[in-house]
Design a protein around this ligand. Structure first.
Ligand code: GLU
Length: 428
């Protein structure tokens, strides 16, 4: 199906961004090859609910500013909705809808009992003080209150949000229902009922998946040179855990700068520098390169861990890595995906590679509902088990169908969601 055809099938008010269309193209590419009843197509691609809210808050200077927030819930056939909340100037309603759809496939692929959701507030968190961020988070939480809850929709961190913000979500919701409700949000600080191991879970999952993939090629992490785009939660922990296990991290970038050292960057030192200065510019342990050089730099493994659509058709032909591990959600456009495939580059897709975060969120949700908390070893062992089992299933499907990993992953995920929809039937 072409892009134009996909757009015609989409309800008019959803005809917005290329990212939304890309998410549908990936879906359609796979859905067409599956022997599923075509009538389910619109059920599987249409979000169940999208809430848009306005959040007026008082700034520290006494003025009032209105921020816009969203929460999109895509498909809940397999369980309560689950997915992150992002704070970024680029947040839009259909970005949330597209990310919610990706989250549905991701949750199904790692076999969590959740549907997919995503939310966000259009803001620049770096320009808000802590008290402004707290007021904004509390107001947003109260606005989306009617559709979240431990059995309805469970938010978590995403781009621009962290455990402190999740603590305010927990507290606001708990104050409004009159009791502490640990299951309403994940990614909380451990001191407020969070799970150990949630902070680095996405990066750890990236490492688990890359290690497992390399083993199919009779290689180890110590055999590869890695470039990481993005130095937030996912990029930093992926780089750190890979470095710890012997991989050579040759390049790292963040929004404003990038560094390269063919003999390997000391990731801990770069992380400490970034934490202190908010940039990698001026980091003495590596050479500065232009930001857009990172994606095409000389390396074996490229980890896009920043925003969506960063690997497009203009950069894809220049990528030298033999493996791309998608730490971010939707970093590769469908056209770039085809170019990479034609060039023999293996792509370990987002819904597999970055599923570690939501997997440990699931563990956190279970621990909160049980009021029984696990130790770090249990969290890490169970995460590894889930990630490796998902990789084995995707690998087997790719072999059986002679297809790429993204197609295999989507086929498994869509089949699971479609089966749940079919068995439940339509109400009324
Ligand atoms: N925002 C993360 C993701 O994109 C985590 C979602 C969650 O933990 O619910 O997968």
């Amino acid at each position: 199906m072409t892009l134009a055809q996909t757009d015609r099938l989409a309800p008019t008010h959803f005809r917005h961004s290329a990212f939304w269309q890309n998410a549908h193209l990936y879906f359609d590419r796979v859905f067409q090859t599956m022997s599923l009843d075509q009538t389910w197509r619109s059920v599987l691609t249409t979000p169940k609910r999208v809430l848009s809210v306005s959040c007026p808050i008082r700034r520290d200077d006494g003025t009032i500013q209105v921020f816009t927030g969203y929460r999109a819930q895509h498909n809940g056939a397999r369980g309560p909705f689950k997915g992150g909340i992002r704070y970024d100037v680029s947040v839009t309603q259909d970005e949330c809808m597209a990310l919610a759809m990706l989250q549905t496939w991701k949750n199904a692929l790692v076999d969590l009992p959740f549907g997919g959701a995503k939310g966000g507030i259009v803001c620049d968190p770096k320009k808000l003080s802590m008290t402004e961020k707290e007021r904004l988070t509390r107001r947003y939480t109260s606005e989306i209150m009617p559709i979240i809850g431990p059995n309805m929709d469970i938010p978590a961190p995403d781009l621009g949000t962290d455990s402190q913000i999740m603590a305010w979500v927990l507290d606001t919701y708990s104050m409004m229902v009159g009791h502490q409700e640990l299951g309403v949000v994940t990614g909380k600080p451990v001191a407020c009922g969070g799970s150990v191991g949630r902070e680095d879970a996405t990066g750890r999952g990236v490492m688990n998946i890359l290690r497992k993939f390399l083993a199919t090629q009779n290689k180890q992490l110590s055999d590869v040179r890695v470039a990481v785009q993005g130095f937030g939660n996912v990029g930093y922990h992926s780089a750190r855990l890979l470095d710890d296990r012997g991989a050579t991290v040759v390049a790292i970038s963040e929004r404003a700068s990038a560094i390269y050292d063919e003999s390997g960057i000391d990731v801990e030192a770069a992380g400490a520098f970034y934490k202190e200065n908010g940039t990698l510019k001026g980091f003495a342990g590596a050479d500065e390169i232009a930001n857009d050089e990172l994606l095409a730099c000389d390396c074996d493994v490229l980890i896009p861990a920043a925003m969506e659509n960063t690997i497009d058709e203009s950069i894809a032909p220049h990528i030298k890595a033999h493996t791309v591990v998608e730490g971010a959600n939707g970093p590769t456009t469908p056209k770039a995906d085809e170019i990479l495939r034609d060039n023999g580059v293996t792509v370990l897709p987002d819904i597999l590679a970055n599923a570690g975060g939501v997997t440990v969120s699931y563990f956190e949700w279970v621990q909160g509902l049980d009021n029984y908390f696990w130790n770090a070893k249990r969290v890490q062992d169970e995460l590894q088990r889930v990630m490796e089992s998902a990789f084995d299933q995707v690998n087997a499907k790719a072999d059986e169908s002679d297809c790429d990993y993204r197609t295999a992953a989507y086929t498994i995920a869509i089949s699971r969601v479609a089966e749940a929809c079919r068995l439940k039937g339509l109400f009324p």
